[in-house]
Ligand binder design. Structure first.
Ligand code: GDP
Ligand code: IMO
Ligand code: MG
Length: 424
């Protein structure tokens, strides 16, 4: 019996899906607590590859309870599409439950996400255009629609109409966009509610009871620490709390339930969307990593920006999440490079060296990464399963990351398959 969290430590896409899928084989319950279908979690199993948006990565195990908590924002159309696609591939959704408190992404949220991004011009955030920010805005403004509302047609009609009328006024009068046909939207979404109603259940209660009954629970983080609304590179962040703490509020459980928090990082760094990225590479090494690591967005297909491992940001993640251990994925991708650089600190424009990630963009401006260099390796390590069988330079690289991040590294990923993991 245990309750563990898996969380991203960089700017997302660290390979959380793979780790969750692996750990889910030993879990009874998998819970998503925040974010929405801006997430894209890849799970590779044999010849099959799944790219999950909102469905918890435990879905590959038919007896695992898959829960979507109150802190998630759900696009009903998207999740029904996901269920339908995955059902065709033989997966069962009998064990899927969605909290009635989860907020609903409506078409006006998606429209406003696009319009606000356009309005920002070259100061855009580079969102996934999935309506995430506008839906969380309404939640915190206390005017959102929740899953409970969606599955109750009368309540839904009334709330959706009054919300939709205001949004249409904003879309047309502020942004000069095209009004949505509210009758059509209400009809369409009422039908989605009818189809989704069977999944509604109190996820807080289910998780609490499962824990009391001695079940093993796994909380699946989406996005990552540097995309956190408070502790990320604001405003170039998402609108939720992808931290370990977000799991408690997003599920409705207390922090003392949690036994361990695992942070996932890549052996280098990537980012999609805009915002600061101190170790970003603009040269052929960056291209090499992007090509070899297939670094293209799971959801949007955008090329991911690539750079060296930054221990300043991962140490920040160790602190704000209280990490128990780290998993470093994609070490195999670095094979073939002559030298590996690791950022150990930042040098401010006045020459001061800092080791803690600055709280503001202004504090980060002009900061140059201070690198140390490590010898590269040529070997194909994708078949290695024991730490001691890795080339000495790889072992030294991992040990050094451990030291710099002040956190033990318990897993090393050497390929996309769930079996391509070295557990220490
Ligand atoms: P997530 O959002 O954190 O779940 O990560 P994504 O699925 O968006 O992106 C991670 C990508 O890296 C996926 O294509 C995975 O299949 C792949 N991946 C994960 N771990 C490894 C690894 O150790 N080596 C390699 N080569 N690929 C990996
Ligand atoms: P997973 O769970 C990487 C980024 C977007 C954009 C910013 C805000 O797969 O790691 P949003 O649509 O959330 O308002 O966009 O956050 N972003 C992600 N980047 N992985 C993700 O999820 C992301 N989810 C959001 O690219 O920069
Ligand atoms: Mg992803």
């Amino acid at each position: 019996m245990s309750a563990n969290i898996v969380i991203g430590t960089q700017w997302g896409d660290e390979g959380k899906g793979k780790i969750i899928d692996l750990l889910a084989s030993r879990a009874d319950v998998v819970v998503r607590a925040q974010g929405g279908n801006n997430a894209g979690h890849t799970v590779a199993s044999g010849s099959e590859t799944y790219k999950l948006h909102l469905i918890p990565s435990g879905i590959l195990y038919k007896d695992t309870l898959c829960l979507i908590g109150a802190g998630v924002v759900m696009d009903p159309k998207d999740i029904l599409g996901e269920i339908s696609e995955l059902s065709k591939r033989g997966l069962s959704f009998d064990n899927l439950k969605i909290d009635p408190r989860a907020h609903i992404i409506m078409p006006w949220h998606i429209a406003l996400d696009g319009l606000s991004e356009k309005f920002r011009g070259n100061k855009d955030i580079g969102t996934t255009h999935r309506g995430i920010g506008p839906t969380y805005m309404d939640k915190y403004e206390r005017s959102g629609l929740r899953f409970f509302d969606l599955v109750n047609p009368e309540i839904f009609r009334e709330k959706a109409r009054s919300a939709g009328e205001l949004k249409n006024a904003i879309i047309t009068k502020v942004f000069g966009g095209e009004a949505l046909d509210l009758d059509a939207v209400i009809e369409e979404y009422t039908e989605y509610g009818r189809q989704l109603k069977k999944y509604m259940a109190d996820v807080s209660v289910l998780t609490y009871e499962a824990n009391k009954a001695g079940k093993t629970i796994l909380f699946e983080g989406a996005q990552a620490t540097l995309l956190d609304i408070d502790f990320g590179t604001y405003p170039y962040v998402t609108s939720s709390h992808p931290l370990s703490a977000g799991v408690c509020t997003g599920t409705g459980v207390g922090p003392l339930m949690i036994d361990a928090v695992y942070g996932v990082a890549k052996a280098y760094t990537t980012r999609v969307g805009k915002g600061p990225f101190p170790t970003e590479l603009f040269d052929e090494t960056g291209d090499y990593i992007r090509d070899k690591g297939h670094e293209f967005g799971t959801i949007t297909g955008r090329p991911r920006r690539t750079g060296w491992f930054d221990s300043v940001i991962v140490r920040h993640a160790v602190r704000v999440n209280g990490l128990s251990a780290l998993c470093i994925n994609k070490l195999d991708t670095l094979a073939g490079l002559d030298t590996l650089k690791v950022c150990v600190a930042y040098k401010k424009p006045d020459g001061t060296i800092i080791r803690d990630f600055p709280p503001t963009l202004e504090g980060l401006e002009g900061c140059e990464p201070v690198y140390e260099e490590h010898p590269g390796f040529k070997d194909d390590i994708s078949g290695v399963r024991r730490f001691e069988d890795l080339p000495a330079v790889c072992r030294e690289y991992i040990s050094r990351l451990e030291e710099l991040c002040e956190c033990s590294i318990k897993m090393v990923g050497v390929g996309p398959e769930r079996t391509q993991i070295i557990e220490r």
